[in-house]
Design a protein around this ligand. Structure first.
Ligand code: NDP
Length: 263
C-alpha cells in the first residue's frame, strides 16, 4: 500500500483526495490511497510525513513555507518561490517541489502567447505565478494594496507598485491573486484603477475558484475573456500526481481529474 495525503489547516474542504483517488482508480493503481491530514502547526510536518511512511503529499495553506524549510532537498521553481506544495519520497529523501506556478501556466495555454501581465496581490500565490511567468519570458508586474510584501519581487527583478504609486499600462492579462472576493464582495483594487486596467486588457483571471467574484463580474462588463482558478487547481494536482507516480501523460491525467473535481 502506498499512502499519500494533503497537509493543511483547514483541510476538510480540500478536493485533493477526491481528484487524486479518482486518478489512482482510473489508472489502475488500487494500492495507492490519498487522505487529508490537519496539523495544528507546521513545525514537524516533514517528520510527520516520514513517521507516517507517506510516499507523497501535497501541502496547502498555511504550511507551504514550513515544508520548504524542512525538506531534505528542494527542486525546481520552489527554490525561488521559497514554498513547497508537493512532497515526494525519493529513496530515503523527502524532495520538495512547487507545482502551483506550472499549474497556472498550463491553465492559461488556451489564451495563447502573452507578453505582459499584471498580478494583483503579493502573497504566496502571487510569488508562485510571478516566478514561473518570469521563467516563461512574460513581463509581469505586481500591484498590491500595501508595500509590506514587495521586497520578495524586487529581489527577483520583478516590477512592483502599490495602489498609490502605480502608473502601468498595456497589460494583456490581469490576474487576481488577492483574497478579495473570497468571502466578501470586495474588488481587489480601487474601481478607477481597475477600470483603466481592464479597458486595455484582453484576459482576466481570478485564482479563486467555483465562484464569480466581484473582479470577474467587473471584467465581464468590460467584455474580457475570463477564467477562474479551478483549472489551475486541477493542473497543479496533475503535475503533483506526475511527480508521485512518474507518469508523463499530462493530458490523460487531466481528463480524469477534470471529471473528478465535478463529482
Ligand atoms: P496570501 O494571504 O498569501 O496573500 C493575500 C494577498 O491578497 C496579499 O497581497 C494581500 O495584501 C491581498 N489582499 C487580501 N485582502 C485584500 C483586499 N480586500 N483587497 C486587496 N488586496 C487584498 O494568500 P494566498 O496567496 O495564499 O491566496 C490568495 C488566494 O488564492 C486565495 O483566495 C486562495 O483561495 C487562492 N488560491 C487558489 C489556488 C488555485 O489553485 N486556484 C491555489 C492557491 C491559492 P497585503 O499584502 O496588503 O496584506
Amino acid at each position: 500500500m502506498k499512502l499519500f495525503a494533503i497537509y493543511g489547516n483547514p483541510v476538510a474542504h480540500s478536493k485533493s483526495p477526491q481528484i487524486h483517488n479518482s486518478a489512482f482508480t482510473a489508472l489502475g493503481m488500487p494500492d495507492c490511497v490519498y487522505t487529508r491530514i490537519r496539523l495544528e502547526s507546521g513545525e514537524g510536518l516533514v517528520a510527520h510525513f516520514k513517521a507516517a511512511r507517506l510516499s507523497g503529499a501535497n501541502v496547502t495553506v498555511p504550511f507551504k513555507e514550513d515544508a520548504f524549510a524542512q525538506c531534505d532537498e528542494v527542486h525546481g521553481p520552489a527554490n525561488e518561490i521559497k514554498a513547497v506544495n508537493t512532497l515526494v519520497l525519493e529513496g530515503e529523501k523527502v524532495i520538495g517541489y512547487n507545482t502551483d506556478g506550472d499549474g497556472f501556466m498550463a491553465s492559461i495555454r488556451e489564451f495563447g502567447p502573452i507578453k505582459k501581465a499584471l498580478i494583483l496581490g503579493a502573497g504566496g500565490t502571487a510569488k508562485a505565478i510571478a516566478v514561473v511567468m518570469k521563467h516563461a519570458g512574460i513581463e509581469c508586474h505586481i500591484l498590491n494594496r500595501s508595500d509590506k510584501r514587495l521586497s520578495f519581487f524586487k529581489e527577483l527583478g520583478i516590477g512592483t507598485s502599490t495602489w498609490h504609486n502605480f502608473d502601468g499600462h498595456g497589460f494583456e492579462m490581469i490576474v487576481n491573486t488577492t483574497s478579495a472576493g473570497l468571502e466578501d464582495d470586495e474588488l481587489p483594487a480601487p474601481v478607477d484603477l481597475l477600470n483603466g486596467l481592464l479597458s486595455e486588457a484582453k484576459y482576466a483571471y481570478d485564482v479563486i475558484y467555483n465562484k464569480e467574484t466581484p473582479f470577474l463580474s467587473f471584467a465581464m462588463k468590460h467584455g474580457l475573456i475570463m477564467k477562474d482558478g479551478k483549472d489551475m487547481l486541477v493542473c497543479q494536482a496533475v503535475y503533483a500526481f506526475m511527480k508521485f507516480t512518474g507518469r508523463k501523460d499530462f493530458d490523460a491525467v487531466k481528463k480524469i481529474m477534470d471529471r473528478a473535481i465535478e463529482l
